[in-house]
Write a protein that binds this ligand. Sequence first.
Ligand SMILES: Nc1ncnc2c1ncn2[C@@H]1O[C@H](COP(=O)(O)OP(=O)(O)OP(=O)(O)O)[C@@H](O)[C@H]1O
Ligand SMILES: [Mg+2]
Length: 336
Amino acid sequence: MNEPLMQLRDIDMVFQKKGKFLEQERSFHVLKQINLTIQEGEILALVGESGCGKTTLGKIITGLLRPTKGEVIFEGKSVYHALGIGDKEYKAGVQFIQQDSYAALNPVKTIYQSLAVAIKVAEKGISRLEMEKKMVDLLGEVGLLPAEMFLNKYPHQMSGGQRQRVLMARALALHPKLIVADEPVSMIDVSLRISILNLMMKLNKDKKISFVYITHDLSTARYIASEGRIAVMYLGEIMELSPLEPLLEKPLHPYTQALLSAVPIPDPEIASKQGEIPIKGMNLLDLEHRNRGCPFFQRCPYAKAECENTPIPYKFYEGREVKCLLDEPPIFKKYY
Ligand SMILES: Nc1ncnc2c1ncn2[C@@H]1O[C@H](COP(=O)(O)OP(=O)(O)OP(=O)(O)O)[C@@H](O)[C@H]1O
Ligand SMILES: [Mg+2]
């Protein structure tokens, strides 16, 4: 197999939460023992409920946050040198697209001005004429046509979907190899979501750009990662990592099973046949009081005493990874 585009090794992220007094300062273990490999040209969907650390992980992948512990490797090179400065190639090669497209764009700059900044970074000394041509190409690539109609607009004069496309164009200006898109469609009308997902899939196919698609919504994850992989996160840990099809066919982690069984099924006949997995209560562990063992311990219907405080190793099954002490998950059930 080729060298992976990117690797995260044993990543931990601990935030300090400041109180009024020094003794009130608490540490907040947001990510724990994250190991993740991203291959060139692949689409990986990162799924998990709100607050589980998806954005934090996305920012670590893109170098916007430096992890407390662990190694970030891009194209075989560790990106943090002794001085703590991220690699230049890495910075351009890995782009982050955030959820709130309005906040991501400078409100007093036109689209032309916003794109010009990115293009000048990638193409030093580019002439005005070449830059304009480049902008038209970029906007065409993300489906904003005719491009001339958009260049002089301000962000507030565009729809959420159009702004997301501008963010995509701005990222493309830097010739990225990987784009981390953090909930890019959650603030967009449902009717337009699919077109943004299709755009990412097209860029993936045509330009071989890898995508990490962050979402709390399993249905969009299934759509975009139909040929890719899914990482299921729970309270700062990756519980299961698998190509999509086998994960749907046979979810290995009890949390993945719970997640799949919570997706509403439109056909009442099929829905009535599908049992729900009996989650034990809604008590969530929180990140400040995590146990040493499985974070799903309190809700897991199959939890054993040792799950609470034994650090859980990953098990590997045919290209899949699962972080669970169970020998075999008790339910093998097709949910769709
Ligand atoms: N800079 C920070 N300092 C302290 N705590 C932080 C910081 N950034 C995030 N957190 C905390 O880390 C946890 C994970 O946050 P994160 O934004 O990564 O979650 P998320 O999975 O993206 O959630 P959502 O689905 O709501 O976007 C949260 O409890 C959050 O409050
Ligand atoms: Mg988030």
